[in-house]
Every structure is written in C-alpha cells, then in structure tokens.
Write a protein that binds this ligand. Structure first.
Ligand code: ASP
Ligand code: MG
Length: 412
C-alpha cells in the first residue's frame, strides 16, 4: 500500500468535534487505498499552558523535565485520535515518540531527529492496521529521556516520517488554506499560491511566515518530500492548499513569489571599531555564545583605521547583545567608541527563485520604496531574496506597495 502522512496542527484537533472531523479525512484517505501515518499536535493552547506550568514551578527548570511535561499534550491527542478512528471502524492505534522509536539528540527542548526505524509500524500495517497515529514534537534521547523538537516541531515530525517511510506525500492540515504571497492581514490582495519551491518556502518560513516550522522545510527539501499545506476547515479537493515541491515541478511562477516580513527587529551599530583581521570574529563570537540570533551584517568601508559594524537581531535580544559587547570590551577582546541600538525597525523581504534569471528586481524594490518615501536603513541580498530594514511604522505600507509593484495578486 502507498503511505500517506497527514499532520493535524493544534487548531485542527482543538476539540473532540474537530478531532472527529480530522478523523473523517483520514478515513477518506484510507478508503482511497492508503496506509496512513497521522501526526498530531497538542490541542490548541495546551503546549503554552504546559510551558507556563513549568516556568511557574521552576524558573531555572531542568530541561529534561520541561520536555517530560510539554510533550504531554501530544500524547492526549494521539490517543483520542486513535479512539475516534476506532469508533469509525478504522483499525488504528497510537504511538508516543519513544515507542516508535523516534530517536533524537540529547538537546532538550530543541532536539534534532537522528533516526526513525520504520519496522514496528510497518509490521502493524502488514497485520492489517490502517492508521498509525503518532504524537508529534517528541522523541527519545540516547540516554532514554523524552525530548522535544522545539516549538512547532510536529511539522518536522511529519516530514521526517514521510522521508523515513517514503510516503507519497505529507499533508499538513492547519488553520489557513495554504501559503500566501504575503500575510492576508496586511493586504487583502494576498493570494494563495498553488505551488511554491522548497527554497522559496524556506526563505519565507525563516523570514517570518509562520505556517511551517523552518526545519520541516529544510528536511523536506533534503529528502524531496512533497509537502501540501491545507486547511482542515474546508472541503477536501485534489487541488486544495499549496504544494511545496522541487523547482522542477513548478511550471510557471512570478519572478517574486512572496513578500515576507518580521516586525520586531533591532539594528545595532558598533561605532569606531578597529579595522584589523579577527575583529568580526571577536564581535560575533561572543554574540553567538550569548545566544543572540544575528541576521543581517554590514561592515562599513574604513578610512584605514576604524570602521562601523552594523547587525540586526530580534528586538528582545538587544539587552543580551549589549551585555555581550560590554563584556567583550571589558575583557579587552574588542574596542568600540559607541553602541547604538535602533529598536524601531522591521525587516521586509521579497523572495523568488525567478530572481536568479531576472535582472532589476532589487532596483524595482528600491524604486517602489522610494515612491512611498520609505527610507532604507540596511540592505542584504541572496540569490533568491532581497531584504531591507525600514522603520517599523512603514511595515504595512512597504508590504502593500511591494505586493502591488510585483503584481503578486495575479498568477503568472
Ligand atoms: N505542540 C507543539 C507546539 O505548540 C508542537 C506543534 O504543535 O508543532 O509548539
Ligand atoms: Mg504549527
């Protein structure tokens, strides 16, 4: 039998009624001839509640016990989903991560999947079971402790199962009906994409589009797992949702596929640093050790002696960055005249594999922002994306203007 992986996010299993609705969809795929692996999230809000319990009980908690607690939400939905399927006469049973076993590293709260031996589940399929319901987000470490994969990790569980079982497809059921050209809350002209390339999705996910965990897209790209993002609230049809797939499987697309943004960015500038070999390492080493997620980096041209170094990071990491830099200065690792933090910026990016073969995309972006009177503070580019930092008050305007300028409301 061909295998299909179906993943249901928290809103899709938020109530018993919704679990029933999800189970019906699973039943239909069984009727279509698939053996199905269902990956479930915790009921909406459950994981947050459990995280809250842990933090209240023990502010400097033991990460192993954090995982023991926060993985529990998925255990409940896995069992309930299996029961619901059984009530519908679909042969099903639940698995917790350790029972599969889904083997991970020991990095608690952010573990990485190492291996999913398919034998146990395949044996059950051979014996006539139709659906394996697996608790998402969790696994087992080499030490035999329960681990979790980081928030949003059930997406990654689903893709990893699809790869391990060579599934025909991995369907991710969620509360939106697909991947959009940008957030529909920012512009009503946002359009659902029928297909998007892995690389584009990866950029959009890491740039702030929250529909899929970034790691799940990385994994899908590495193993060429076809991913479909679709709503569990709408009727099923074969062309529903958005297919995330290899570039070769996309016939026509716009030069720019989407406009992404992240609202809470900060721009930090170290002024008057020495221009010598090793200075970047001396700055970004301590920042990395302090857990600051540096994104854009720009080093100015120097007059021979000193220069400025600008970087961006999430706004809630500014304090940590300032502390790391002050400590590095006190320890004599670096010297600087000043550290200026601008905490009122956001990042707006255009993404598209078509940029590789089209000139003038960046120029058009800059002209569009100029026409709106928006000043650009930092620019970075890659092969398939251009990102700018602008004042946060311009976020909506910038996204809307770029969406219009690149004609994203119309299909290619
Ligand atoms: N329940 C976990 C979370 O809320 C994992 C997931 O749903 O993907 O982060
Ligand atoms: Mg999610």
């Amino acid at each position: 039998m061909p295998i299909l992986v179906m993943k249901f996010g928290g809103t899709s299993v938020a109530t018993l009624d919704r679990i029933r609705r999800a189970a019906k969809r699973v039943g239909r795929e069984v009727a279509n001839g698939y053996d199905v692996i269902v990956i479930v999230s915790a009921m909406a809000g459950e994981t947050n509640k459990l995280v809250g319990f842990v933090e209240e009980t023990s502010p400097l908690y033991d990460a192993r016990e954090y995982d023991a607690v926060v993985s529990a939400g998925e255990n409940v939905t896995a069992g309930l989903m299996a029961l619901t399927l059984q009530e519908m006469d679909v042969p099903a049973r639940s698995w917790q991560g350790w029972q599969v076993p889904l083997k991970t590293t020991s990095a608690h709260a952010a573990a990485r999947i190492e291996e999913i031996p398919p034998a146990n589940i395949l044996k059950k399929f051979d014996e006539g079971m139709k659906v394996a319901v697996v608790a998402g987000f969790q696994g087992i470490s080499p030490e035999g402790r329960i681990t979790t994969l980081g928030r949003g990790g059930s997406d990654t569980t689903a893709v990893a199962f699809a790869a391990a079982f060579e599934a025909e497809r991995c369907d991710i059921y969620t509360d939106v009906d697909g991947v959009y050209t940008t957030d529909p809350r920012i512009t009503s002209k946002a359009r659902k994409l029928d297909r998007i390339a892995f690389e584009e999705m990866l950029e959009l996910a890491s740039l702030g589009a929250k529909v899929l965990q970034t790691r799940s897209v990385e994994l899908a790209m590495r193993y060429n797992v076809k991913l479909r993002v679709l709503s569990s609230f709408e009727e099923m049809s074969d062309d529903a949702g958005t297919l995330v797939c290899a570039e070769e499987d996309i016939v026509e697309s716009n030069v720019v596929a989407g406009v992404a943004f992240s609202r809470d960015e900060a721009k930090m500038t170290l002024q008057g640093i020495e221009d010598r070999p090793g200075i970047a390492a001396a700055i970004f080493g301590p920042l990395a050790e302090a857990g600051v997620n540096v994104d854009m980096i720009v080093q100015n041209i120097s007059d021979g002696g000193t220069t400025d170094m600008t970087f961006s990071c999430p706004v809630n990491e500014v304090k940590r960055a300032e502390k790391a830099m002050a400590e590095a200065k006190a320890a004599g690792l670096i010297d600087f005249a000043g550290l200026v933090a601008d905490t009122d910026v956001c990042k707006v990016s255009i993404v598209g594999i078509g940029m590789r073969s089209h000139a003038g995309v960046a120029a058009k972006m800059f002209q569009t922002l100029r026409d709106e009177g928006i000043n650009i503070k930092v620019i970075t580019t890659s092969e398939i994306k251009v990102s700018v930092l602008v004042d946060r008050k311009y976020l909506e305007l910038a996204v809307q203007a770029l969406h219009d300028a690149f004609g994203l409301d119309k299909a290619a």
